[in-house]
Design a protein around this ligand. Structure first.
Ligand code: CMC
Length: 428
């Protein structure tokens, strides 16, 4: 008869152990009873980069990487992207269900009320060098927000937590736009509460001398969808960082600053920027075969391709590819798109990429749309961060409400020198 257990024989001792299997996992702590002697610490698993370790259970986002499926709270990403506004998605991620019209309206009002940041933040941003990367400014200013809301450290208080979560969703676009304006040497633009979440962000980015900024509806809609597509992606590098920092009961501004720092890396949220550099460097369709050859020779990566979890086409990339056509119809084509489409075609037919199951990920086409919208390269990861903020927060709150969680503290396998006597400096 089948049983939901795993029987392990330790060939060092000949002893046999039975451990429970639940949800396709065994508990790593159950392995600790496997010992060669009473003093033995017990067996651990070794899993650098957490390639096969579930660090949490979660009810927020489901991914089937082999089939290319992504769902927020059970809703397929394709449907969410088509039918929901970004703020509806924020509500869904944070509350588990879609909001009704009244709830959504109330939430939209709350977010709108919290878009302003303290004036001191302007002076703080002024202190950055004129050419500071906006992602560096964003993560520093988000961290600095914790000093404006010291009560945020009461992370066990559910009402207080929700206020900080709303503040963060509301203020991140403001900080992001301030960072951009600083870099351009332009005066900052205050939020316009008449506009949608995405429309207001475009206003704070691009308003010049006109009395009222009116976003292009196609761009506003596309940006809203792009935020939605980035809203959550379960236990990725930045979300895991949010959870690890949150597990020490740090306030959400500090934890989110750390998550943003993780996102900054070129292997994570920085990849969209790298894709554009790569496409510019390739320069023409004729040069694609040489570029592919250099990637296969290990001289660099095909940025925007490959994923730790997806071994199939990233469903977000499919939506973005379609979205790109709509945006280009409305505001003009990004000439790099032709190179990107050809590059994708050639790569998907090449044995190197086929064998390794490397497909376009979310970053392959997103940068092309951002660039067509007039968003500079170094703002692209910042836009990823705006979209990902509700996911980070939903995961953070889930962690705090999870009785199984404790402060995160991985183990190590020590391979350094064994104990030795200290050598004084004159003898070295
Ligand atoms: N171009 C060329 N080869 C690649 C690529 C790529 N983009 N990605 C993976 N490979 C190769 C890799 O060299 C390895 O080959 P081999 O088996 O011969 O050593 C094999 O494929 C498996 O790759 P891996 O490095 O073990 O895969 P990983 O799961 O550790 O890395 C990744 C995932 C996303 C970091 C990686 O695919 C990559 O660096 N891609 C380019 C950067 C990128 O587009 N990042 C955005 C990820 S999606 C957005 C996000 O979540 O932030």
């Amino acid at each position: 008869m089948s049983k939901d257990t795993l029987t392990i024989t330790d060939n060092r001792t000949g002893k046999t152990y039975e451990v429970d299997i639940a949800n396709g996992t065994i508990k790593a702590m159950d392995l600790r009873k496997i010992k060669v002697s009473e003093e033995d610490f017990g067996l651990m698993t070794y899993d650098p980069a957490f390639q096969n370790t579930a660090s949490t259970s979660s009810k927020i986002t489901f991914i089937d990487g082999d089939k290319g499926i992504l769902e927020y709270r059970g809703y397929p990403i394709e449907q969410v992207a088509e039918k929901a506004s970004f703020l509806e998605v924020v509500w869904l991620l944070q509350n588990g269900e879609l909001p009704n019209a009244k709830q959504l309206e109330g939430f939209r009002n709350q977010v709108t009320m919290h878009t302003m940041v303290h004036e001191n933040m302007r002076e703080f941003i002024d202190g950055f060098r004129y050419d500071a990367h906006p992602m560096g400014i964003l993560l520093s200013t988000v961290g600095a927000l914790s000093t404006f809301y010291p009560e945020a450290k009461n992370v066990g208080d559910a009402t207080n937590r929700r206020i900080q979560m709303t503040r963060l969703v509301a203020k991140i676009p403001t900080l992001a736009a301030y960072a951009y304006r600083h870099r351009r040497g332009l005066p900052i633009v205050y939020p316009d509460n008449d506009l949608s979440y995405a429309g207001n962000f475009l206003n704070m980015m691009f308003k010049m001398t006109e009395p009222k900024y009116r976003p292009n509806p196609a761009v506003e809609k596309a940006l809203d969808v792009l935020f939605t597509l980035h809203a959550d992606h379960e236990q990725n590098c930045s979300t895991s960082t949010m959870r690890v920092v949150g597990s020490s009961k740090a306030d959400p501004y500090s934890a989110l600053a750390a998550a943003a720092a993780a996102l900054y890396g070129p292997l994570h949220g920085g990849a969209n920027e790298e894709v554009i550099y790569m496409l510019r460097k390739i320069g023409s369709k004729e040069r694609i075969p040489d570029f592919i050859k250099s990637v296969k020779a290990g001289e660099g990566k095909l940025m925007g391709f490959g994923h730790r979890v997806y071994k199939n086409y990233d469903p977000r990339a499919k939506v973005i590819k379609r979205l790109a056509d709509e945006v280009f119809d409305a505001i003009g084509k990004n000439p790099l798109i032709d190179i990107a489409i050809e590059l994708e075609k050639i790569a998907l037919e090449d044995e190197y990429f086929v064998k390794r199951k490397l497909y376009p990920n979310v970053d392959f086409y997103s940068g092309l749309i951002y660039e067509a919208m007039g968003i500079p390269l170094d703002m692209m990861t910042v836009l990823f961060a705006i979209g990902r903020t509700p996911g980070w927060l939903a995961q953070w709150e889930e962690l705090l409400n999870d009785p199984e969680q404790k402060i995160a503290r991985p183990r190590q396998v020590y391979l350094g020198p064994s104990r030795r006597e200290f050598v004084s400096i004159d003898k070295r």
